[in-house]
Design a protein around this ligand. Structure first.
Ligand SMILES: [Zn+2]
Length: 254
């Protein structure tokens, strides 16, 4: 049997919880058949830390540069934007960026996220980079803004939107990523069926969203998400693994 190929299209392996064994975690991903990992920086410090990681694991760990959407300040956004400009040739996407209505519940706080989101959208347009979108409880609003202002490739990370928004994502030709615990959400199960497999990738969002519900998640667990997706779609594991992996290589251009 040929060896299966997987890909973790969204993680945060620069985080402190990987400080002591990051190389072992990356080795385990290779041992599980992952052809690559995208790690997403969430601030200026995280960005700089990630530069070192992608240097050390060149060609295997890739950098998507974004922010912590619910906590983003104007000051940090400006710092991140200038870092992206400076290092644009070493990053594969801008994101996660977007809107967070889960942690931010007041109207003023929610409104304040929009101009920052737009700045990243304009930057992605200008640098011709794809966008990875965080849209927690704000899928429809984020879709409105993107449809209006962005012409490039879009990945809705950890997408949890209702079927109507999933259909818009599909019709726009955008992608979604599903986490390894996706089957706990009816929206995610529906999205997996609404979008063609050619528009779906798998992610772990490590260290978050452990497939068992506890402990630290890591990229090698993307194989678990793949098994579950193959199950839900009633497709052979080989087909789901290969298609989601090649989608990620195509989207991130790696
Ligand atoms: Zn994330």
């Amino acid at each position: 049997m040929t060896k299966l190929r997987f890909f973790d299209a969204h993680s945060h392996i620069d985080m402190k919880r990987f400080r002591n064994d990051r190389d072992a975690v990356i080795q385990r991903a290779k041992d599980h058949g992952l052809s690559g990992i995208v790690t997403s920086s969430i601030g200026p410090g995280s960005f700089r830390r990630t530069l070192g990681i992608i240097q050390k694991h060149k060609g295997y760990v890739h950098h998507s540069a974004g922010c912590s959407v619910s906590q983003l300040t104007r000051e940090d956004a400006d710092k991140i934007i200038s870092l992206i400009r400076k290092y644009s040739s070493s990053i594969v996407a801008i994101g996660e960026v977007g809107l967070d209505y889960h942690w931010v519940k007041d109207t003023i706080g929610r409104k304040a996220q929009e101009p920052l989101f737009l700045d990243f959208i304009f930057l992605a347009n200008e640098l011709a980079l794809p966008l990875v979108i965080h849209s927690r409880k704000a899928e429809s609003m984020a879709t409105d803004i993107l449809e209006k202002h962005f012409s490039g490739e879009v990945l809705m990370h950890c997408f949890d939107g209702v079927p109507d928004v999933a259909k818009r994502v599909r019709d726009n030709g955008w992608y979604i990523t599903l986490p390894a615990n996706f089957q706990r959400s009816n929206n995610r199960i529906e999205s997996a069926k609404i979008l063609p497999l050619e528009q779906i990738m798998l992610e772990t969002d490590s260290p978050y969203l452990s497939p068992t519900g506890k402990g630290r998640n890591e990229p090698s667990n993307v194989t678990i998400g793949c098994e579950r997706l193959a199950d839900v779609l009633d497709l052979p594991l080989e087909h789901v693994a290969e298609t989601t992996t090649s989608n990620a290589h195509r989207f991130y251009d790696i």
